[in-house]
Write a protein that binds this ligand. Structure first.
Ligand code: CA
Length: 246
C-alpha cells in the first residue's frame, strides 16, 4: 500500500526517484512522551499571567518555538507581542513548571523503532522546535549516541520555527542529502506543515488528543492513527516499499 503514496509524492514534487537514506524525527510526542507535561506547563504559565490558555491550545501550538506561542497568546490578550525580556521570563517559568511535573519518558516503541532504523543503516536526525535543555539532554540517556549535535536542529538553530519549513530545510542542508532521500516522522499539524513545505515525505502519527483528520488535512503523505506502535509495526513494510520504488 505504501508504494502508491511514495509514487504520488515523487510525482507531486517532480522528484526523479525516492531512495530512503535518512529519517528525520521530531522529538515531543514522537520520541518523548512529553506533550501532556508541556501542555500543563503552558497552561500553568499563561494562567499565572492572567492569559487564557487551554490544554487543547497547547496541543494545537505543538511544534512552535516558545516565543511564537507566547507572542500569539500576548497578541490575543494584550493586543501586542511580548518584549524579548518578557519572552525570556515566560519561557523560563514554563521550563520550571515543566521540570516540576517530573521525569519525561520515551514514547512507547520509540526505542524499538530507532533500533530498527539503525540496523537499516539509515541516518537519523532530530528536528525539534524545543529549546528545553532537560529534554534535549535526556535523548542521549534514552538513545545513547544516536542524537549528536551534528545531526540535530533545535530551537537554537532557527529564526522561524515550525510551521515554517526552515527547521526541516536546515536539517536537509546539514545532512547533505536530497529531499527524495528522507522520511519525516511528525505528530503535530504544524510540524507536518513545516516538513511538507520543505518538500519531504512526511509520516504523521497520531499520539495525542487531536483528531486524525487534522493531521491528514495538514498535508501528511501518510497518516497512522495508531501512533508509534503502528509505525513500528508497519516500518518494515514501508522500508520494503521504498526499496521496491528504486
Ligand atoms: Ca511533536
Amino acid at each position: 500500500m505504501f508504494v502508491t503514496e511514495i509514487k504520488k509524492f515523487i510525482q507531486q514534487n517532480n522528484y526523479p526517484e525516492f531512495q530512503l537514506k535518512a529519517v528525520f524525527f521530531d522529538m515531543d510526542g514522537v520520541l518523548l512522551d512529553s506533550m501532556e507535561n508541556h501542555s500543563q506547563a503552558w497552561v500553568k504559565t499563561m494562567n499565572g499571567l492572567d492569559i487564557p490558555f487551554t490544554i487543547e491550545e497547547a496541543y494545537l501550538n505543538e511544534g512552535r518555538v516558545g516565543h511564537d506561542t507566547i507572542n500569539s497568546a500576548y497578541m490575543r490578550t494584550f493586543g501586542r507581542t511580548a518584549t524579548l525580556e518578557e519572552q525570556e521570563q515566560i519561557y523560563e517559568t514554563k521550563t520550571l513548571h515543566l521540570e516540576a511535573l517530573g521525569e519525561i519518558l520515551t514514547m512507547p516503541y520509540a526505542t524499538e523503532l530507532i533500533e530498527k532504523v539503525k540496523q537499516q543503516n539509515l541516518t537519523i536526525f532530530l528536528v525539534t522546535g524545543s529549546g528545553q535543555p532537560s529534554l534535549l539532554n535526556s535523548l542521549d540517556d534514552y538513545f545513547p549516541d544516536v542524537f549528536v549535535k551534528e545531526r540535530m536542529i533545535t530551537a537554537y538553530d532557527v529564526k522561524q520555527g515550525k510551521p515554517s519549513p526552515e527547521p526541516y530545510l536546515k536539517a536537509l542542508e546539514k545532512s547533505g542529502l536530497n529531499p527524495w532521500e528522507i522520511v519525516v516522522i511528525e505528530n503535530a499539524p504544524l510540524g507536518v506543515e513545516s516538513s511538507v513545505a520543505a518538500g519531504l515525505f512526511t509520516i504523521a502519527i497520531n499520539t495525542g488528543p487531536i483528531d486524525t483528520e487534522v493531521l491528514a488535512s495538514s498535508g501528511a503523505n501518510l497518516v497512522l492513527s495508531g501512533g508509534m506502535k503502528e509505525l513500528y509495526k508497519q516500518w518494515n513494510d514501508f522500508y520494503q516499499a521504498c526499496q521496491a520504488i528504486k
